[in-house]
Design a protein around this ligand. Structure first.
Ligand code: KG4
Ligand code: ZN
Length: 342
């Protein structure tokens, strides 16, 4: 029997997590199952798309069954099925999209295609049940770095984005270069705790044109050049020091951009989102920036920062309220941009 509440089954398979969740009214997470493939991809130093798709196929049925069972619900109590349809790896996305279509069609439920980046933003609605647009949001993940003004639940204006590597990508590449392995973000964070950030000063790149745009490939190259220079001179280095100096540079650039945007937009709320938002150093520095400016700081719990399906259920709910349901021809869109609809 359906209730007055809106109960959504959400599915996420855009990269290396197979995830399903049941979310009520966009904010109340009844279950959040995440089957990570990280240990598998660690062997290869990064995500192998072919392996990711195969593992999603093997795991998705069970992950969905677990999400329904943990939420103590069945398909006939649901109101809709939401699924990430982009951006991401095409083969990985297709598994979730095909599964969501099959379930929604068989159960006679509306299908909602969700943009993964909008999902990351919506993770903030789970954390803070009172947060409402408008607010300024920085999304920092493995594939995306976006500074946006969220003007409504289904609308945002992009102030800046990375012109090359995403912030998380830079963490992953630098971690590989200093021998920390995959996934780089959490390993750099851990190493940086016992490192000395003042061992070297890495450049904070400015992008000409839009002051809100980011560039991280220059920073990554500066780290690689520094390591080459040391090795050519037969000098040893402490990876923890490099990790600390690199992390400080990334956090510095991100905080400067946010501070500038807060001054200009006068937004009373700021939210962090995406996998890199689980970084403790970034969270506390952003919190300080906000405190100085009397801005309320929001950030999802780390489990809702990295890829999960609950955030897709949150974004899916607001799309559903807005009547943004998808047709049965919904397809994976690997290069889907923020604000773009299929
Ligand atoms: O949002 P996410 O799970 O997937 C994408 O949509 O890309 O983000 C994954 C990215 C990876 O690059 C990973 O290294 C980074 O987030 N990451 C972190 C931390 N945890 C994950 N970066 C810095 N510090 C962390 N603690
Ligand atoms: Zn993500």
């Amino acid at each position: 029997m359906k209730s007055a509440n809106t109960k959504i089954l959400a599915i996420e398979s855009s990269c290396d997590e197979t995830a399903a969740a049941v979310v009520v009214n966009g904010r109340d997470v009844r279950s959040n199952i995440i089957s990570t493939q990280i240990p598998l991809h660690t062997l290869y130093g990064g995500v192998v798309p072919e392996i990711a798709s195969r593992k999603h196929i093997e795991r998705i049925d069970n992950v969905i069954k677990m999400a329904l069972s943990e939420a103590d619900t069945t398909l006939d109590e649901l109101d809709a099925v939401a699924v990430t349809y982009g951006p991401g790896l095409v083969g990985a996305l297709l598994v979730g999209v095909a599964e969501a279509k099959a379930i929604a069609y068989a159960a006679g439920l509306p299908l909602i295609g969700v943009n993964h980046i909008e999902g990351h933003i919506a993770a903030n609605y789970i954390e803070d049940k009172t947060l409402e647009p408008p607010f300024l949001c920085l999304i920092v993940s493995g594939g995306h770095t976006h500074l946006v003004q969220v003007t409504d639940y289904n609308k945002c204006t992009i102030l800046g984005r990375s012109v090359d590597d995403a912030a998380g990508e830079a963490f992953d590449k630098v971690a590989r270069a200093i021998g920390l392995g995959y996934p780089g973000g959490p390993k750099i964070e851990e190493a940086a705790k016992s490192g000395d950030a003042s061992c070297v000063h890495f450049p904070r790149a400015k992008v000409s044109g839009n002051p809100y745009d980011f560039s991280f490939s220059g920073l990554k190259s500066a780290v690689l050049n520094y390591l080459n220079h040391l090795s050519m001179h037969g000098e040893a280095y402490n990876p923890n020091d490099i990790a600390a100096a690199f992390q400080e540079a990334v956090v510095g650039v991100l905080c400067d951009h946010v501070a500038m945007a807060l001054d200009e937009t006068k937004s009373p709320h700021f939210a962090l989102a995406g996998g890199v938002a689980s970084n403790g150093a970034l969270r506390s520095s952003m919190q300080e920036v906000c405190a100085k400016k009397n801005v309320l700081f929001h950030c999802p719990a780390p489990i809702f920062c990295t890829d999960n399906a609950a955030m897709i259920g949150a974004a899916g709910y607001y799309a559903y309220l807005n009547g943004n349901t998808s047709g049965w021809d919904l397809n994976a869109v690997p290069q889907l941009r923020l604000g773009e609809k299929s």
